[in-house]
Design a protein around this ligand. Structure first.
Ligand SMILES: Nc1ncnc2c1ncn2[C@@H]1O[C@H](COP(=O)(O)OP(=O)(O)OP(=O)(O)O)[C@@H](O)[C@H]1O
Length: 229
């Protein structure tokens, strides 16, 4: 699924204390392509990723993912787009503390209308596929960091998203666990010809796991916006 941002700007805060996180970003990522977003802290990487996944809205500019013009969607349509099309993985896992592993993975399926029994079976299957079949009923505080991130990956991928957006997914993991987590994400991307945008500080990870590196500097793209660059 193709992702396209056209002259996207994003400012936070009110007049007088305005932070311009993105200052006119245009980028295209082809269906099935894997792109890394690199840049210094504060350069706008997470802001851009959140806009591409419909977690936030731009101040101006166009965002097109597959056939959807994200900037035109209602809140309800946006929630549907996120749950059916996008899988998010965050550095800090973002699991729901009061829910078990299986309940966390079930959550994105609630919007699909599948019956609960089927959702739970799919959640169990997804956890088994990331090697957590023995941790189904554990809550996040009963899991290690690596296990938590594998639950988060199972949750992100359970609806078979055509777009995977990962924000420093291995930032809190040791190198061996980091490799396992990246392998799970990359296997999904390959198997489903999904589009991957990976935010990272790690040049080596970017080179090993993606087809193209896009660099952000102060809210603008410095290089890599087009695949011929
Ligand atoms: N919700 C917010 N409210 C106000 N300012 C924000 C908000 N989110 C981000 N910013 C500001 O926007 C700019 C870009 O932030 P962003 O998180 O996109 O950068 P980043 O490149 O992902 O950084 P890091 O590598 O540290 O995660 C920063 O100056 C940040 O302080």
């Amino acid at each position: 699924m193709t992702i396209r941002a056209v002259d996207v700007r994003k400012a936070y805060g009110a007049k007088g204390a305005l932070v311009e996180a993105l200052r006119g970003v245009s980028i295209e990522v082809a269906g099935g392509e894997r792109v890394a977003l690199l840049g210094k802290s504060g350069s706008g990487k997470s802001t851009l990723l959140n806009l591409l996944g419909g977690l936030d809205r731009p101040s101006s500019g166009g965002l097109h993912v597959g056939g959807s013009d994200l900037h035109r969607l209602s809140g309800r349509e946006m929630a549907r787009f996120r749950s059916t099309t996008v899988g998010f993985v965050f550095q800090s896992f973002n699991l729901i503390a009061s829910r078990t592993a299986v309940e966390n993975v079930e959550l994105p399926m609630v919007f699909t209308g599948r019956p609960r029994r089927e959702r739970l079976a799919a959640a169990r299957g997804a956890l088994e596929s990331v090697g957590l079949g023995a941790r189904l009923d554990h809550r996040p505080d009963q899991l290690s960091g690596g296990e938590s991130q594998r639950v988060a990956v199972a949750r992100a991928l359970v609806n078979r998203p055509r777009v995977v957006l990962a924000d420093e997914p291995t930032g809190n993991l040791d190198s061996q666990t980091a490799r396992q987590v990246m392998a799970l994400i990359l296997d999904h991307v390959r198997e489903h010809a999904a589009t991957l945008v990976l935010v990272t500080h790690d040049e080596e990870l970017a080179a090993a796991c993606t087809d193209r590196v896009v660099r952000l500097v102060d809210g603008r793209i410095a290089s890599g916006a087009l695949d011929r660059e």
